[in-house]
Design a protein around this ligand. Structure first.
Ligand SMILES: Cc1cc2nc3c(=O)[nH]c(=O)nc-3n(C[C@H](O)[C@H](O)[C@H](O)COP(=O)(O)O)c2cc1C
Ligand code: SF4
Length: 519
């Protein structure tokens, strides 16, 4: 009884102390006016995302990824049943812009029905990366789905390791992102080395690009291609920002920067200043390393792309691949206005750029990679129909290794250890377990792409034609994809020779069929 009285007294004293503090502080009018109970508003604001996510939101409401989309990724990553029952709950009939994929009744390829079919299938790129320009180390990427650039820094070491091991299991590539190549990238997965404006991993003490260092990194690691980062959909025109809270001793050492201080990358490259000098630099890197070299960019004004394709057609210099990142793409940290409003969404931006390449007859000589929520089968299929040869997945791969879309990546408090450098939080992420999840997710997405391609009557996602997709305008009409984006016949497909080569590769895979015919 005495203990109870004592506890009640202590609680009343604590409440009184909070009330006095609220009444005397001047920073928050709400608390001054509503002492103690005003804190409820801050609590609800803090747990609002979780409340909406778990209790309030409908299956297709949340952004960037809806509950259905996350459920599909989580189930795929765990290799659990990722089917949905009772039919779609998407508002198909009334959603303008909804893509519809058109299957064929008697197509050339026959889909296999078993849920596991195609899971272990190899679905390589339909083009040989670097072949068109005769790069010494040209190669055919083994997977049409690859892991997008996310630097060690924005991601924890454990997350980078999980993705790298996952890439090795799934036979796909992992892009390093602009934060240099760390020991966490050395677990068997092959890499695309990204070169950002700070030249992390290939720079001297003054922060200048150092070709000799780049060649050393390439020689010492399983790097298959180089990607020059021009911009990123979530923050185009801005350099990178790694908040000081995330600049641990290990990251500081990897990048060659001071620990605990905001790491801001400049918004422009120092090694080139226009399209012409960019192409010179591409050719220099390709000649010095033998690797295919590409660019990654979001799409805004088209002048750059116009000039790039004009120069490529006129001079023979050129990029081996182009990665287009949509404005809906992700980032570790960016100002809201840039994430929300700067740069075109993937489909619109990609189609405009592809058209310029196609009009100059360059589209068959460049590998096109898409990013921006393309780790979902429906989005990816539209991307392939528009001319993508491969898709890169970033946040979907993060979901696969445990991200719960808490959207705190910029605060170093990521609760799942994916996007933080906090040791306590990262110790919860087991790279060995999560690598299998990452690989399962990549394999499942590949399998679904393959099955949809077969349903459309072709052997490979890269062979899906624009005529296989229509965009609903609402309840009563739909427009074919080629009309929406003003494509000419044949655009969006690899060359005839590349088509034949990839069909030959895919015929090694078993095909679906029918029950035995009646006697
Ligand atoms: C945490 C995080 C870090 C990223 N870091 C980089 C980076 O270093 N370089 C880059 O080009 N893109 C970076 N991105 C963008 C992704 O590579 C990708 O282009 C974008 O998120 C779209 O793909 P998604 O929709 O599958 O996430 C990052 C994205 C996230 C979420
Ligand atoms: S759980 Fe939240 S903070 Fe962590 S990576 Fe996912 S969105 Fe970012």
């Amino acid at each position: 009884m005495k203990r109870g009285l004592w506890a009640a007294g202590a609680a009343a004293a604590a409440v009184a102390a909070v009330a006095v503090r609220d009444l005397t502080q001047r920073r928050h009018a709400l608390l001054r006016n509503f002492p103690v109970i005003g804190h409820g508003r801050y609590l609800i604001e803090a747990i609002g995302p979780e409340l909406r996510q778990y209790v309030v939101a409908a299956n297709d409401e949340e952004r960037p990824f809806t509950r259905d989309q996350r459920r599909w990724v989580y189930a795929s990553a765990k290799k659990e049943n990722n089917y949905f029952g009772f039919g779609t709950d998407n508002d198909i009939e009334f959603t303008a812009g909804y893509p519809i994929i058109k299957h064929r009744t008697f197509g050339r390829a026959v889909p296999r029905s078993h849920p596991e079919a195609g899971y272990e299938a190899s679905v390589p790129c339909a083009k040989v990366l670097g072949a068109a320009r005769g790069r010494a180390k040209a190669f055919r990427p083994g997977s049409v789905v690859n892991i997008s650039g996310m630097s060690f820094g924005s991601l924890s070491g454990a997350a980078v390791e999980a993705l790298n091991r996952g890439a090795a299991i799934a036979g796909c590539l992992q892009n390093t992102g602009e934060g240099a190549l760390s020991p966490h990238h050395r677990h068997g997965g092959e890499l695309v080395f990204q070169i950002g404006t700070s030249y992390f991993g290939c720079r001297d003490e003054q922060g200048r690009f150092d070709l000799a260092k780049l060649k050393d990194v390439v020689a010492a690691n399983p790097i298959r291609a180089l990607e020059i980062k021009l911009s990123q959909g979530a923050k185009p025109s801005l350099g990178g920002l790694l908040p000081g809270a995330k600049v641990s001793a290990e990251i500081a050492a990897t990048r060659g920067i001071p620990q605990g201080v905001d790491c801001v990358s400049p918004s422009r490259h120092a090694e080139f200043s226009d399209t012409d000098s960019l192409l010179d630099w591409v050719e220099l890197l390709a000649a010095e390393t033998g690797l295919p070299v590409g660019i990654k960019s979001a799409v805004g004004d088209l002048d750059f792309w116009d000039e790039l394709t004009t120069l490529m057609a006129a001079t023979g210099r050129g990029v081996d691949f182009v990665t287009i990142d949509g404005g809906e793409g992700g980032t570790g940290a960016a100002p809201m206005i840039f994430s929300d409003s700067v740069s075109l969404p993937f489909q619109v931006g990609f189609a405009r750029v592809y058209r310029l390449f196609a009009e100059r007859d360059l589209h068959e000589k460049v590998v096109f990679i898409g990013a921006g929520k393309l780790g979902l089968p429906d989005n990816a299929i539209v991307a392939f129909a528009l001319g993508c040869d491969m898709v890169n997945v970033a946040r979907e791969a993060m979901l696969a290794i445990g991200c719960i879309q808490a959207q705190k990546c910029h605060t170093d408090t990521c609760p799942t250890g994916v996007a933080t450098q906090n040791r306590w939080l990262t110790r919860g992420l087991d790279p060995a377990l999560k690598s299998v999840r990452a690989a399962n997710y990549v394999k499942t997405l590949r399998r679904d792409l393959l099955k949809v391609a077969e349903a459309c009557g072709v052997e490979h996602p890269g062979l899906i034609e624009t005529s296989s997709v229509e965009i609903l305008d609402g309840r009563t009409t739909a427009t074919p994809l080629d009309r929406v984006y003003d494509y000419q016949p044949g655009w969006g497909l690899p060359s005839k020779a590349d088509q034949e080569a990839v069909i030959a590769l895919m015929l090694d895979e078993p095909q679906g069929g029918s029950a035995p015919p009646s006697p």
